[in-house]
Design a protein around this ligand. Structure first.
Ligand code: NAD
Length: 451
């Protein structure tokens, strides 16, 4: 399978396109390894994952370059992704998983134990291939499961290098990485060995995964799309807030599930925020991620690029929206769209109602904060959201009214190993990260002892 650079549209690597029988081989290896791996203790598994993290760090140069070439992001950000991913591996393994005592009386004792499930299928998208793979690997393996992981066909190279780095750190059969197309994903999710599927990707594929899990009653965690709203109140310190908001909307060229995708700004500060956001967008150096001067790379793949151009065209033709920054592509090979800001636009447009998943942001005016919350919640998505204000207590109250899995005040984005993460509504099912997330990789067993 040929992997294309989004910056040059030229091939950067050729990787295996695993057949169904090769997948069966990986599943059989994972199934066999489960017998001994699930018997090891947390300390041993932590040690293996630490060795894995060390090996990845030793190979950072090679993995970061592969990630930039296949994904598009600037090399410094690829290095940052690897560093964060390995820090997450260590943080997950610092979480203690103990049986819970539910009752202990003279008559009886009830304990809640958590046991490994078996073979976990991991499926990842193309925006953060290393961090998303590493989080799934750490959670699945630390909790005593084995894994077969399938990266996106657009970005398999860095993930395969993670697999290579794991050799010697993690026993054979425990972690298996298979590259291939979408059909490989469907074969994997319907395999009888698979006890749990941890999927990150689009809602449409998430529905297919959920259906195929039904055949074997596989447990499922779905981390899906978002259309995150950020609500900026008139008392917000815009000198501090705007750079953070800009980063939360445009980092990784806007290709983040929990990027700010709808920016609601109070009328009193609307023009000031629009002007500053536009100035920040204009200052971005857009270019090949291998060029150290680039702040932002291309959109990762052609279909996604075309989708964004379609949304831009719709915005121009059918909305009142004013393009105040960007709005055009670079005249060179690659999928380069200037960071684009659209003001004076509202709900009812594709840009506001859909998840663009790219460097294009609508800024929407509001007068009344209750109205802003209502509009933020009037979406089928519910991944995350934020409120920006000088009054953090009021901000927390308002943020707590957002129909989302994660609500922030004066910040937006980022995943903590300790904090459960996942979506409300169509943004997902279940939670990853934190004790709640780790428990989702395990089967609870209630042990009731009569005395
Ligand atoms: P996608 O759904 O097209 O693909 C994701 C993965 O699923 C790929 O590995 C793909 O090969 C595989 N796949 C495709 N068809 C399959 C099938 N029938 N069965 C099993 N697997 C199949 O998503 P994408 O375009 O790669 O990713 C972008 C989406 O991911 C966006 O919507 C984004 O918001 C979302 N995302 C969510 C999170 C989160 O944590 N909530 C994080 C990152 C990205």
């Amino acid at each position: 399978m040929v992997v294309i650079s989004p910056a040059t549209e030229k091939p950067v690597a050729t990787v295996p396109d695993a057949t169904r029988s090769e997948l069966r081989y990986a599943l059989a290896a994972a199934d066999k390894a489960f017998a001994s791996w699930s018997e090891t203790d947390f300390a041993f598994r932590r040690e293996c994952l630490f060795k894995f993290a060390e090996a990845v760090r030793r190979n950072e140069d090679e993995i970061a370059e592969a990630l930039t070439r296949e994904q598009g992001k600037p090399l410094a950000q690829a290095r940052g992704e690897i560093a964060k991913a390995m820090a997450a591996v260590e943080k997950f393994t610092a979480i203690e998983i103990e049986p819970q005592i539910i009752r202990d009386t003279a008559e009886d004792r009830i304990e809640l134990h958590y046991r490994p499930l078996g073979v976990v299928a991991g499926i990842t998208p193309w925006n953060f291939p290393v961090i998303l793979a590493a989080q799934k690997i750490a959670q699945a393996l630390y909790t005593g499961n084995t894994m077969v992981l399938k990266p996106s066909p657009y970005t398999p190279v860095a993930t395969l290098l993670l697999g290579k780095a794991s050799i010697g750190a993690i026993p054979p059969g425990v972690l298996n990485i298979v590259s291939g197309g979408n059909a490989l994903g469907a074969w994997l999710t319907s395999a009888p060995e698979v006890r749990k599927i941890s999927f990150t990707g689009s809602g449409r594929t998430g529905q297919a995964v959920l259906k195929s899990a039904a055949a074997n009653f596989a447990r499922v965690t779905l981390e899906l799309g978002g259309n995150d709203a950020a609500i900026v109140l008139p008392d917000a310190d815009i000198d501090k807030a705007v750079p953070k908001i800009f980063a939360a909307a445009f980092n990784n060229a806007g290709q983040i599930c929990m990027a700010i995708k709808r920016l609601y700004v109070h009328a009193d500060i609307y023009h000031a925020v629009v002007a500053r956001m536009a100035a920040m967008a204009d200052a971005i150096q857009l270019g090949d991620g291998m060029d150290p001067e680039s702040d932002m790379g291309p959109v990762q793949n052609r279909p996604q690029y075309q989708k964004l151009l379609g949304i831009l065209d719709h915005t121009r033709r059918w909305t009142e929206g004013r393009i105040v920054a960007g709005g055009h592509v670079l005249e060179r090979p690659g999928y380069f769209l200037r960071p684009t800001i659209v003001a004076d636009i509202a709900e009812g447009s594709r840009l506001v109602d859909e998840e663009p998943f790219g460097p294009i942001l609508p800024i929407i005016r509001f007068d009344d904060v209750d109205d802003a919350i209502r509009r933020a919640n009037a979406s089928d998505f519910g991944l995350s959201g934020s409120v920006w204000t000088a009054d953090t207590e009021r901000g927390a109250e308002l943020a707590n009214r957002l129909d989302v899995g994660t609500a922030w005040v004066n910040r937006h984005g980022g995943a903590d190993a300790e904090r459960p993460f996942g979506g409300a509504k169509t943004s997902g099912i279940g939670r990853e990260h934190g004790l709640l997330g780790l428990h989702s990789y395990m089967e609870p067993l209630s042990l009731h002892v009569g005395k």
